[in-house]
Ligand binder design. Sequence first.
Ligand code: HEM
Length: 414
Amino acid sequence: MTNPYLLMTLLYAALAVLAALDASLASLNLLPWFNGLRWLRVHLITLGMLTQISFGLAPVLAAARAGRPRPATRWDIWLALNAGLLVLLVGIPLVNAALILAGGTLAFAAALLLVTHLLGLRPPAPDPARGAAGPGGRRFYLAGLAFLMLGIIVGTGLWLGWGPALGIQVPIEVHIHANNWGFMALVFAGLLADLYPGFAGRPLAWPRSLTPIFWMMTAGALLLVLGPWTKNELFTVPGILLHLSATGWLLANVIAPLRTERPAWKQPGLWQLVTAYVWIIAPVLVAPLILLKVPGFPGAGIEQNAPQALVYGWVLQFGLALLPYLFARLLFPERPARLGGSWFSLAAVHLGGGLLWASIFVKDYSTWLHGSAYALWVAALLPGVWQLWQSARAGWAWLEAQEAAPAPQPTSGD
Ligand code: HEM
């Protein structure tokens, strides 16, 4: 039985196509009874696709780095995460407090169980004989999960009035910052630390820089949570500078070893992986104009819409490049695997991001621009979901054939 998170990732990727289509039709007022369930349009990608694959992979990668045997699937974690997500999928659209609380608690329990599981997969003391393998992504996963747990508490409490009780000034921003600058950014950095040698065929440019990158990104994310928590930019500004410097250093680690490797840049996957980070930088470029409250500048419009471009431009695009690679590695471990993605998806995701940002500034055409952005993201998702579907179908067919194959009969000589 292979990794059960692969199937859930595929399921949520397919549902994400429907949610983006729903958001597009709702924006374009084409089908009025399509009301564009806001929560679904980002959480099927974040809590669905990317959280599933990181929960499924982090223990496997941490154990591999530590030279430990591959850990058995922790079905308690899988069940808590997916039961939590399903209960939220019912509770959030219904705005049902009991279901939101139950779903949030289950998702929180899943994250906590995964933290204890990863803590148990400690790498042995550094051994010069093992060369510069280094600690890898484990600490990034652990710090990322800590931010996710904070994000879950604030997200669960968003409609239960917990924000003021916790002294939070801007709860939705604390939720978005904890989950994106914290959880997603750190988990992505951990995945790059563990997987880059596999898909690039060489180590990161400066493996030892992963330690300062880890501390800068974690401290930056913490400051970016404290900023909206206290509504004090004295936290936000250094947080942005620290986090962006760490992100820039991480990207330099990825690009430098392949800079002159032309064949590597002839694949869309690497472009999708690297250029996805443009959408984590975009909100930062306009942040000073929002912080300085420049008259006539649509600060509120950006705060309302920029998270969508962040999730589709950065989180989804990272997934479109890495998920097919991971599916291939987990389902066909004996075959060489390469990054997924397509030139079409690369263009469609970036154009979609551009149109969504344009919808914030060009008010007269905002519904058309917003709806078209989502239509492009639907189009960008389709080849990606198709790649995962083909991989999963072939992988499971091969597994079932193995299971069905008659066990070799002992010959009289045995
Ligand atoms: C149990 C987990 C979670 C719960 C209960 C939760 C809950 C919520 C709620 C209630 C909203 C407000 C939706 C609205 O205004 O209509 C929201 C918004 C948001 N959440 Fe979460 N969330 C969770 C996990 C995550 C994760 C893991 C991420 C990202 C990595 C995330 C990213 C976001 C973003 C970007 C928004 C803004 C959406 C928009 O503007 O369209 N959330 N969340």
